[in-house]
Design a protein around this ligand. Structure first.
Ligand code: SAH
Length: 450
Protein backbone atom coordinates (compact mmCIF):
# COMPACT_ATOMS: atom_id res chain seq x y z
CA UNK A 1 0.00 0.00 0.00
CA UNK A 2 2.78 2.46 -0.89
CA UNK A 3 1.86 6.16 -0.89
CA UNK A 4 -1.77 5.36 -0.37
CA UNK A 5 -3.59 7.66 1.93
CA UNK A 6 -5.54 5.94 4.68
CA UNK A 7 -8.98 7.28 5.60
CA UNK A 8 -11.18 6.61 8.59
CA UNK A 9 -14.81 6.27 7.55
CA UNK A 10 -18.17 5.03 8.75
CA UNK A 11 -20.62 3.21 6.48
CA UNK A 12 -24.13 4.57 6.29
CA UNK A 13 -26.00 1.93 4.33
CA UNK A 14 -25.65 -0.83 1.75
CA UNK A 15 -26.11 -0.18 -1.96
CA UNK A 16 -28.11 -2.52 -4.22
CA UNK A 17 -25.00 -4.63 -4.75
CA UNK A 18 -24.59 -5.13 -1.02
CA UNK A 19 -21.57 -2.82 -0.67
CA UNK A 20 -21.20 -0.48 2.28
CA UNK A 21 -21.52 3.15 1.27
CA UNK A 22 -19.48 5.93 2.90
CA UNK A 23 -19.84 9.60 2.32
CA UNK A 24 -16.55 11.08 1.29
CA UNK A 25 -15.68 14.56 -0.03
CA UNK A 26 -19.33 15.13 -0.98
CA UNK A 27 -19.62 11.88 -2.88
CA UNK A 28 -20.69 8.37 -1.97
CA UNK A 29 -18.00 5.71 -2.19
CA UNK A 30 -18.82 1.99 -2.10
CA UNK A 31 -16.64 -0.13 0.18
CA UNK A 32 -17.17 -3.86 -0.49
CA UNK A 33 -17.52 -5.82 2.73
CA UNK A 34 -18.15 -2.83 5.01
CA UNK A 35 -21.45 -2.91 6.91
CA UNK A 36 -23.78 -0.09 7.97
CA UNK A 37 -22.63 1.52 11.22
CA UNK A 38 -19.10 0.11 10.98
CA UNK A 39 -16.07 2.34 11.38
CA UNK A 40 -13.04 1.33 9.28
CA UNK A 41 -9.68 2.39 7.91
CA UNK A 42 -9.74 2.26 4.14
CA UNK A 43 -7.70 3.16 1.08
CA UNK A 44 -9.20 4.23 -2.23
CA UNK A 45 -8.65 2.42 -5.52
CA UNK A 46 -10.03 2.49 -9.05
CA UNK A 47 -11.86 -0.39 -10.62
CA UNK A 48 -12.98 0.24 -14.19
CA UNK A 49 -14.40 3.76 -14.02
CA UNK A 50 -15.46 3.51 -10.39
CA UNK A 51 -13.65 4.66 -7.23
CA UNK A 52 -13.99 2.14 -4.42
CA UNK A 53 -12.72 1.76 -0.89
CA UNK A 54 -10.69 -1.22 0.31
CA UNK A 55 -10.85 -2.13 4.00
CA UNK A 56 -7.53 -2.16 5.84
CA UNK A 57 -9.00 -2.71 9.27
CA UNK A 58 -12.35 -2.46 10.96
CA UNK A 59 -12.32 -0.27 14.06
CA UNK A 60 -15.92 -0.88 15.16
CA UNK A 61 -17.68 -4.03 14.04
CA UNK A 62 -21.37 -4.52 13.31
CA UNK A 63 -23.38 -7.22 15.07
CA UNK A 64 -24.47 -8.32 11.59
CA UNK A 65 -20.95 -9.31 10.55
CA UNK A 66 -20.53 -12.95 9.53
CA UNK A 67 -18.25 -15.08 11.67
CA UNK A 68 -16.89 -17.45 9.03
CA UNK A 69 -15.47 -15.64 6.05
CA UNK A 70 -13.89 -17.05 2.92
CA UNK A 71 -10.26 -16.02 2.47
CA UNK A 72 -10.82 -15.11 -1.20
CA UNK A 73 -13.77 -12.84 -0.61
CA UNK A 74 -12.01 -9.48 -1.03
CA UNK A 75 -10.61 -10.45 -4.44
CA UNK A 76 -13.09 -12.89 -5.92
CA UNK A 77 -16.23 -10.78 -6.28
CA UNK A 78 -18.43 -13.86 -6.61
CA UNK A 79 -20.06 -13.41 -3.20
CA UNK A 80 -20.97 -9.78 -2.63
CA UNK A 81 -22.60 -10.40 0.78
CA UNK A 82 -19.69 -12.34 2.29
CA UNK A 83 -19.35 -10.06 5.30
CA UNK A 84 -23.04 -10.28 6.36
CA UNK A 85 -24.39 -13.05 8.55
CA UNK A 86 -27.18 -15.05 6.94
CA UNK A 87 -30.02 -13.40 8.83
CA UNK A 88 -28.80 -9.99 7.71
CA UNK A 89 -28.44 -11.23 4.11
CA UNK A 90 -32.10 -12.21 4.09
CA UNK A 91 -33.06 -8.88 5.60
CA UNK A 92 -31.07 -7.10 2.86
CA UNK A 93 -32.91 -9.05 0.13
CA UNK A 94 -36.30 -8.46 1.73
CA UNK A 95 -35.63 -4.72 1.83
CA UNK A 96 -34.49 -4.65 -1.80
CA UNK A 97 -37.76 -6.24 -2.94
CA UNK A 98 -39.88 -4.06 -0.64
CA UNK A 99 -38.16 -0.90 -1.90
CA UNK A 100 -38.51 -1.82 -5.57
CA UNK A 101 -42.16 -2.85 -5.30
CA UNK A 102 -43.02 -0.20 -2.73
CA UNK A 103 -46.75 -0.08 -3.46
CA UNK A 104 -47.32 -3.82 -3.03
CA UNK A 105 -48.71 -4.92 0.29
CA UNK A 106 -48.61 -8.66 -0.01
CA UNK A 107 -44.86 -9.47 0.08
CA UNK A 108 -43.95 -12.82 1.65
CA UNK A 109 -40.89 -13.20 3.89
CA UNK A 110 -37.92 -14.28 1.81
CA UNK A 111 -37.54 -18.07 1.91
CA UNK A 112 -33.95 -18.84 2.95
CA UNK A 113 -31.90 -22.00 3.37
CA UNK A 114 -31.15 -23.77 6.65
CA UNK A 115 -27.70 -24.68 5.42
CA UNK A 116 -26.28 -23.18 2.29
CA UNK A 117 -22.80 -24.75 2.27
CA UNK A 118 -21.99 -26.18 -1.16
CA UNK A 119 -25.30 -25.09 -2.69
CA UNK A 120 -23.94 -24.50 -6.20
CA UNK A 121 -24.42 -27.65 -8.24
CA UNK A 122 -23.05 -26.10 -11.39
CA UNK A 123 -19.39 -25.23 -11.07
CA UNK A 124 -17.05 -23.82 -13.65
CA UNK A 125 -13.28 -23.36 -13.50
CA UNK A 126 -10.75 -22.03 -16.02
CA UNK A 127 -7.22 -23.40 -16.32
CA UNK A 128 -3.96 -21.47 -16.40
CA UNK A 129 -0.59 -21.21 -14.68
CA UNK A 130 0.49 -19.24 -11.63
CA UNK A 131 3.63 -17.08 -11.39
CA UNK A 132 5.74 -20.18 -10.70
CA UNK A 133 4.41 -22.04 -13.74
CA UNK A 134 2.20 -24.41 -11.77
CA UNK A 135 -1.15 -25.36 -13.21
CA UNK A 136 -4.06 -23.72 -11.44
CA UNK A 137 -7.82 -23.68 -11.88
CA UNK A 138 -10.42 -21.28 -10.65
CA UNK A 139 -12.41 -18.26 -11.58
CA UNK A 140 -11.19 -15.03 -13.11
CA UNK A 141 -10.58 -12.20 -10.67
CA UNK A 142 -13.22 -9.53 -11.17
CA UNK A 143 -12.48 -7.25 -14.15
CA UNK A 144 -9.23 -9.06 -14.92
CA UNK A 145 -7.71 -11.98 -16.71
CA UNK A 146 -5.98 -13.40 -13.64
CA UNK A 147 -7.17 -16.77 -12.43
CA UNK A 148 -7.84 -17.05 -8.69
CA UNK A 149 -7.18 -20.64 -7.64
CA UNK A 150 -10.27 -20.87 -5.42
CA UNK A 151 -10.20 -24.62 -4.82
CA UNK A 152 -12.07 -24.43 -1.52
CA UNK A 153 -15.09 -22.34 -2.53
CA UNK A 154 -17.63 -22.88 0.22
CA UNK A 155 -20.72 -22.28 -1.90
CA UNK A 156 -19.69 -24.87 -4.52
CA UNK A 157 -20.48 -28.57 -4.25
CA UNK A 158 -17.36 -29.87 -2.42
CA UNK A 159 -17.17 -32.83 -4.79
CA UNK A 160 -16.71 -30.42 -7.70
CA UNK A 161 -13.92 -28.63 -5.80
CA UNK A 162 -12.18 -31.98 -5.24
CA UNK A 163 -12.52 -33.00 -8.89
CA UNK A 164 -11.04 -29.70 -10.06
CA UNK A 165 -8.03 -30.11 -7.76
CA UNK A 166 -7.51 -33.64 -9.03
CA UNK A 167 -7.67 -32.47 -12.66
CA UNK A 168 -4.85 -29.96 -11.97
CA UNK A 169 -2.73 -32.73 -10.44
CA UNK A 170 -3.35 -35.04 -13.39
CA UNK A 171 -2.56 -32.25 -15.85
CA UNK A 172 0.88 -31.84 -14.25
CA UNK A 173 1.44 -35.59 -14.29
CA UNK A 174 0.37 -36.20 -17.90
CA UNK A 175 1.64 -32.86 -19.19
CA UNK A 176 -1.73 -31.65 -20.38
CA UNK A 177 -1.33 -27.97 -21.22
CA UNK A 178 -3.84 -25.35 -20.13
CA UNK A 179 -5.24 -23.45 -23.09
CA UNK A 180 -3.85 -19.96 -23.58
CA UNK A 181 -6.46 -17.65 -25.04
CA UNK A 182 -3.90 -15.17 -26.38
CA UNK A 183 -1.68 -17.62 -28.26
CA UNK A 184 -4.32 -20.27 -28.96
CA UNK A 185 -1.86 -22.91 -27.67
CA UNK A 186 -2.63 -25.64 -25.16
CA UNK A 187 -5.57 -28.00 -24.71
CA UNK A 188 -7.72 -27.71 -21.60
CA UNK A 189 -9.55 -24.39 -21.26
CA UNK A 190 -12.31 -24.88 -18.72
CA UNK A 191 -14.14 -27.60 -16.88
CA UNK A 192 -17.86 -27.50 -16.16
CA UNK A 193 -19.13 -29.80 -13.44
CA UNK A 194 -22.81 -30.37 -12.76
CA UNK A 195 -24.07 -32.55 -10.00
CA UNK A 196 -27.49 -33.84 -9.10
CA UNK A 197 -28.73 -32.86 -5.66
CA UNK A 198 -30.90 -35.92 -4.96
CA UNK A 199 -29.19 -38.45 -7.24
CA UNK A 200 -25.60 -37.34 -6.61
CA UNK A 201 -24.78 -38.04 -10.28
CA UNK A 202 -21.91 -35.96 -11.66
CA UNK A 203 -21.31 -34.65 -15.19
CA UNK A 204 -17.83 -33.48 -16.21
CA UNK A 205 -17.54 -31.34 -19.35
CA UNK A 206 -13.98 -30.67 -20.53
CA UNK A 207 -13.85 -27.55 -22.65
CA UNK A 208 -10.96 -28.23 -25.03
CA UNK A 209 -9.16 -26.55 -27.93
CA UNK A 210 -9.97 -29.55 -30.15
CA UNK A 211 -12.14 -32.64 -29.74
CA UNK A 212 -9.02 -34.64 -30.64
CA UNK A 213 -7.77 -34.95 -27.04
CA UNK A 214 -5.93 -38.32 -26.69
CA UNK A 215 -4.62 -37.60 -23.17
CA UNK A 216 -8.23 -37.08 -22.09
CA UNK A 217 -8.72 -40.85 -22.02
CA UNK A 218 -6.33 -41.42 -19.11
CA UNK A 219 -7.54 -38.27 -17.36
CA UNK A 220 -11.15 -39.44 -17.58
CA UNK A 221 -10.29 -42.95 -16.45
CA UNK A 222 -8.38 -41.75 -13.40
CA UNK A 223 -11.12 -39.32 -12.44
CA UNK A 224 -13.81 -41.99 -12.66
CA UNK A 225 -11.78 -44.28 -10.44
CA UNK A 226 -11.40 -41.58 -7.79
CA UNK A 227 -14.95 -40.21 -8.14
CA UNK A 228 -17.31 -43.08 -8.94
CA UNK A 229 -20.32 -40.71 -8.96
CA UNK A 230 -19.15 -39.40 -12.34
CA UNK A 231 -21.91 -40.61 -14.61
CA UNK A 232 -20.85 -38.96 -17.84
CA UNK A 233 -17.90 -37.14 -19.43
CA UNK A 234 -18.27 -34.81 -22.41
CA UNK A 235 -15.71 -32.93 -24.53
CA UNK A 236 -16.82 -29.55 -25.74
CA UNK A 237 -14.71 -27.64 -28.26
CA UNK A 238 -14.19 -23.94 -27.74
CA UNK A 239 -11.18 -22.27 -29.37
CA UNK A 240 -12.88 -18.94 -30.01
CA UNK A 241 -12.03 -15.62 -28.37
CA UNK A 242 -15.14 -15.44 -26.25
CA UNK A 243 -16.30 -15.14 -22.68
CA UNK A 244 -18.79 -17.97 -23.30
CA UNK A 245 -17.69 -21.18 -21.62
CA UNK A 246 -19.20 -23.74 -23.99
CA UNK A 247 -18.68 -23.93 -27.75
CA UNK A 248 -20.98 -25.49 -30.35
CA UNK A 249 -19.37 -28.88 -31.01
CA UNK A 250 -19.25 -31.61 -28.43
CA UNK A 251 -18.79 -35.31 -28.05
CA UNK A 252 -19.74 -37.67 -25.25
CA UNK A 253 -16.82 -39.88 -24.36
CA UNK A 254 -18.23 -41.68 -21.37
CA UNK A 255 -21.77 -42.43 -20.20
CA UNK A 256 -25.06 -41.18 -21.65
CA UNK A 257 -24.12 -37.50 -22.15
CA UNK A 258 -26.46 -36.28 -19.42
CA UNK A 259 -27.18 -36.66 -15.71
CA UNK A 260 -30.47 -37.01 -13.92
CA UNK A 261 -31.79 -35.27 -10.85
CA UNK A 262 -35.05 -35.26 -8.92
CA UNK A 263 -37.17 -32.26 -8.03
CA UNK A 264 -40.61 -32.28 -6.39
CA UNK A 265 -40.78 -36.06 -6.79
CA UNK A 266 -40.04 -36.02 -10.52
CA UNK A 267 -37.01 -37.05 -12.54
CA UNK A 268 -35.22 -34.67 -14.88
CA UNK A 269 -32.53 -35.32 -17.43
CA UNK A 270 -30.03 -32.50 -17.89
CA UNK A 271 -27.62 -32.14 -20.83
CA UNK A 272 -24.50 -29.93 -20.81
CA UNK A 273 -26.13 -27.05 -22.69
CA UNK A 274 -29.55 -27.11 -21.02
CA UNK A 275 -30.45 -24.74 -18.23
CA UNK A 276 -30.87 -26.27 -14.80
CA UNK A 277 -31.10 -24.26 -11.58
CA UNK A 278 -27.66 -24.02 -9.95
CA UNK A 279 -29.24 -24.54 -6.54
CA UNK A 280 -31.56 -27.55 -6.96
CA UNK A 281 -32.38 -27.82 -3.26
CA UNK A 282 -33.80 -24.31 -3.24
CA UNK A 283 -35.33 -24.79 -6.72
CA UNK A 284 -37.68 -27.24 -5.04
CA UNK A 285 -38.73 -24.50 -2.59
CA UNK A 286 -39.16 -22.03 -5.47
CA UNK A 287 -41.27 -24.34 -7.61
CA UNK A 288 -43.40 -25.52 -4.69
CA UNK A 289 -44.16 -21.93 -3.74
CA UNK A 290 -44.92 -20.95 -7.35
CA UNK A 291 -47.41 -23.84 -7.60
CA UNK A 292 -49.01 -22.84 -4.31
CA UNK A 293 -49.49 -19.29 -5.64
CA UNK A 294 -50.84 -20.46 -9.03
CA UNK A 295 -53.54 -22.64 -7.40
CA UNK A 296 -53.81 -24.87 -10.48
CA UNK A 297 -56.76 -27.18 -11.01
CA UNK A 298 -57.63 -29.71 -13.71
CA UNK A 299 -59.71 -26.97 -15.36
CA UNK A 300 -56.59 -24.94 -16.08
CA UNK A 301 -54.77 -24.77 -19.41
CA UNK A 302 -51.26 -23.63 -18.54
CA UNK A 303 -48.53 -22.10 -20.70
CA UNK A 304 -45.00 -22.27 -19.26
CA UNK A 305 -42.73 -19.90 -21.17
CA UNK A 306 -38.90 -19.94 -20.99
CA UNK A 307 -39.35 -23.47 -19.70
CA UNK A 308 -35.79 -24.90 -19.96
CA UNK A 309 -35.82 -28.67 -19.50
CA UNK A 310 -39.49 -28.55 -18.52
CA UNK A 311 -39.06 -28.57 -14.75
CA UNK A 312 -41.91 -26.18 -13.95
CA UNK A 313 -43.97 -27.44 -16.90
CA UNK A 314 -44.00 -31.00 -15.62
CA UNK A 315 -44.56 -30.06 -11.99
CA UNK A 316 -47.52 -27.90 -13.12
CA UNK A 317 -48.82 -30.89 -15.11
CA UNK A 318 -49.40 -32.73 -11.83
CA UNK A 319 -52.18 -30.25 -11.05
CA UNK A 320 -53.38 -28.79 -14.37
CA UNK A 321 -55.54 -30.20 -17.16
CA UNK A 322 -53.11 -29.38 -19.94
CA UNK A 323 -49.68 -27.72 -20.08
CA UNK A 324 -47.55 -26.36 -22.93
CA UNK A 325 -43.87 -25.50 -22.45
CA UNK A 326 -42.04 -23.05 -24.74
CA UNK A 327 -38.27 -22.81 -24.93
CA UNK A 328 -35.73 -21.51 -27.46
CA UNK A 329 -32.79 -23.80 -26.68
CA UNK A 330 -33.12 -26.97 -28.76
CA UNK A 331 -31.12 -29.17 -26.40
CA UNK A 332 -33.31 -28.11 -23.47
CA UNK A 333 -36.48 -28.89 -25.46
CA UNK A 334 -35.13 -32.35 -26.32
CA UNK A 335 -34.46 -32.94 -22.64
CA UNK A 336 -37.92 -31.62 -21.77
CA UNK A 337 -39.68 -34.04 -24.15
CA UNK A 338 -37.72 -36.96 -22.73
CA UNK A 339 -38.52 -35.74 -19.22
CA UNK A 340 -42.25 -35.76 -20.03
CA UNK A 341 -41.93 -39.44 -21.00
CA UNK A 342 -39.85 -40.31 -17.95
CA UNK A 343 -42.53 -38.87 -15.70
CA UNK A 344 -45.47 -40.36 -17.67
CA UNK A 345 -47.00 -36.98 -18.46
CA UNK A 346 -48.99 -37.23 -21.66
CA UNK A 347 -51.00 -34.02 -21.37
CA UNK A 348 -47.88 -31.91 -21.90
CA UNK A 349 -46.55 -30.42 -25.17
CA UNK A 350 -43.19 -28.76 -25.74
CA UNK A 351 -42.55 -26.20 -28.46
CA UNK A 352 -39.08 -25.07 -29.52
CA UNK A 353 -39.59 -21.39 -30.32
CA UNK A 354 -38.88 -17.85 -29.30
CA UNK A 355 -41.33 -17.21 -26.46
CA UNK A 356 -42.49 -13.85 -27.89
CA UNK A 357 -43.22 -15.28 -31.33
CA UNK A 358 -45.09 -18.20 -29.83
CA UNK A 359 -47.18 -15.86 -27.69
CA UNK A 360 -48.08 -13.73 -30.71
CA UNK A 361 -49.20 -16.76 -32.71
CA UNK A 362 -51.10 -18.33 -29.84
CA UNK A 363 -52.85 -15.05 -29.15
CA UNK A 364 -53.71 -14.54 -32.85
CA UNK A 365 -55.46 -17.91 -33.10
CA UNK A 366 -57.18 -17.03 -29.81
CA UNK A 367 -55.62 -19.96 -28.06
CA UNK A 368 -56.54 -19.13 -24.50
CA UNK A 369 -54.53 -20.23 -21.53
CA UNK A 370 -55.95 -19.65 -18.07
CA UNK A 371 -52.49 -19.42 -16.49
CA UNK A 372 -49.22 -18.21 -18.03
CA UNK A 373 -45.97 -18.91 -16.22
CA UNK A 374 -42.90 -16.97 -17.28
CA UNK A 375 -39.30 -17.41 -16.11
CA UNK A 376 -37.14 -15.36 -18.50
CA UNK A 377 -33.36 -14.77 -18.30
CA UNK A 378 -31.94 -11.79 -16.35
CA UNK A 379 -32.75 -9.33 -19.13
CA UNK A 380 -36.46 -10.07 -18.62
CA UNK A 381 -39.08 -10.28 -21.33
CA UNK A 382 -39.89 -7.85 -24.16
CA UNK A 383 -42.84 -5.73 -25.41
CA UNK A 384 -43.77 -8.23 -28.16
CA UNK A 385 -44.18 -10.98 -25.56
CA UNK A 386 -45.90 -8.72 -23.06
CA UNK A 387 -48.37 -7.23 -25.57
CA UNK A 388 -49.40 -10.69 -26.73
CA UNK A 389 -49.68 -11.81 -23.11
CA UNK A 390 -51.87 -8.82 -22.22
CA UNK A 391 -54.18 -9.51 -25.17
CA UNK A 392 -54.39 -13.20 -24.31
CA UNK A 393 -55.91 -12.24 -20.93
CA UNK A 394 -54.96 -15.24 -18.81
CA UNK A 395 -56.64 -15.32 -15.42
CA UNK A 396 -53.29 -15.56 -13.56
CA UNK A 397 -49.70 -14.83 -14.50
CA UNK A 398 -46.85 -16.30 -12.48
CA UNK A 399 -43.69 -14.34 -13.18
CA UNK A 400 -40.52 -15.92 -11.76
CA UNK A 401 -37.45 -13.75 -12.07
CA UNK A 402 -33.78 -13.74 -11.08
CA UNK A 403 -33.68 -9.99 -11.63
CA UNK A 404 -36.43 -8.05 -9.83
CA UNK A 405 -35.49 -4.82 -11.68
CA UNK A 406 -36.48 -6.21 -15.10
CA UNK A 407 -39.40 -8.02 -13.49
CA UNK A 408 -40.68 -4.69 -12.16
CA UNK A 409 -40.27 -3.07 -15.58
CA UNK A 410 -42.26 -5.89 -17.25
CA UNK A 411 -44.97 -5.94 -14.59
CA UNK A 412 -45.39 -2.17 -14.97
CA UNK A 413 -45.80 -2.70 -18.72
CA UNK A 414 -48.63 -5.17 -18.08
CA UNK A 415 -50.56 -2.54 -16.08
CA UNK A 416 -51.97 -1.18 -19.36
CA UNK A 417 -53.74 -4.51 -19.75
CA UNK A 418 -55.20 -4.26 -16.27
CA UNK A 419 -52.80 -6.64 -14.52
CA UNK A 420 -51.86 -5.96 -10.92
CA UNK A 421 -49.57 -7.70 -8.47
CA UNK A 422 -51.57 -9.90 -6.14
CA UNK A 423 -48.61 -11.33 -4.21
CA UNK A 424 -44.81 -11.33 -4.21
CA UNK A 425 -42.58 -14.02 -2.82
CA UNK A 426 -38.78 -13.64 -2.76
CA UNK A 427 -36.74 -16.85 -2.50
CA UNK A 428 -33.05 -16.97 -1.66
CA UNK A 429 -31.63 -19.06 -4.50
CA UNK A 430 -28.12 -17.59 -4.26
CA UNK A 431 -27.00 -17.17 -0.63
CA UNK A 432 -24.00 -14.90 0.00
CA UNK A 433 -24.47 -13.17 -3.36
CA UNK A 434 -26.60 -10.06 -3.91
CA UNK A 435 -28.79 -11.97 -6.41
CA UNK A 436 -32.51 -12.09 -5.65
CA UNK A 437 -35.11 -14.48 -7.03
CA UNK A 438 -38.69 -13.27 -6.88
CA UNK A 439 -42.08 -14.76 -7.74
CA UNK A 440 -44.93 -12.42 -8.67
CA UNK A 441 -48.56 -13.47 -8.97
CA UNK A 442 -50.49 -11.14 -11.27
CA UNK A 443 -54.21 -10.89 -11.82
CA UNK A 444 -56.40 -8.42 -13.62
CA UNK A 445 -58.04 -5.96 -11.27
CA UNK A 446 -56.84 -3.79 -8.48
CA UNK A 447 -53.41 -3.99 -6.88
CA UNK A 448 -53.60 -4.60 -3.16
CA UNK A 449 -52.15 -1.34 -1.95
CA UNK A 450 -50.58 -0.61 1.37
N1 SAH B 1 -38.04 -22.33 -16.13
C1 SAH B 1 -36.82 -23.05 -16.32
C2 SAH B 1 -35.71 -22.28 -17.05
C3 SAH B 1 -35.50 -20.85 -16.71
S1 SAH B 1 -34.03 -20.12 -17.35
C4 SAH B 1 -36.30 -23.61 -14.99
O1 SAH B 1 -36.72 -23.16 -13.94
O2 SAH B 1 -35.47 -24.51 -15.02
C5 SAH B 1 -34.57 -19.24 -18.73
C6 SAH B 1 -34.74 -20.08 -19.97
O3 SAH B 1 -35.20 -19.22 -21.02
C7 SAH B 1 -33.47 -20.76 -20.50
O4 SAH B 1 -33.71 -22.14 -20.65
C8 SAH B 1 -33.26 -20.10 -21.88
O5 SAH B 1 -32.73 -21.00 -22.84
C9 SAH B 1 -34.66 -19.68 -22.23
N2 SAH B 1 -34.80 -18.57 -23.20
C10 SAH B 1 -34.00 -17.48 -23.34
N3 SAH B 1 -34.49 -16.66 -24.28
C11 SAH B 1 -35.63 -17.22 -24.75
C12 SAH B 1 -36.60 -16.83 -25.73
N4 SAH B 1 -36.45 -15.69 -26.42
N5 SAH B 1 -37.65 -17.64 -25.94
C13 SAH B 1 -37.80 -18.80 -25.25
N6 SAH B 1 -36.92 -19.22 -24.32
C14 SAH B 1 -35.84 -18.45 -24.07
Amino acid sequence: MKNKKVYRVRAKSLDSQGRGVVSFNHSMIPVPGLLPGELAQIVLYRKGDETLGRILSIVEKSGERAEAVCSWSQKCGGCQLWSLNYEAQLKFKQEQVARLFNTVKNVGSVLGMDDFAGYRHKVHASFGRDGKGRIIAGIYEEHSHRILPVTDCRIQDPRANAIIEEICREMEEYKIQPYDEDTGRGMLRHVLIRSGYKTGQIMVVFVVATLNFPKGAVLGKNLRKKFPDIRTIVYNQNNKKTSMVLGKDQETIFGPGYIEDELCGMTFQISPKSFYQVNPKQAEVLYTKAMEMAKLTKQDRVLDTYCGTGTITLIAAKYAGEVTGVELNRSAVEDARINAGKNHMDHVTFVCADAARYMEQAQAVSSRYSVVIMDPPRSGSNPVFLNALGKMKPDRIIYISCNPATQKRDVDFLKRYGYRIDALQPVDMFPVTAEIENIALLRRGREKHK
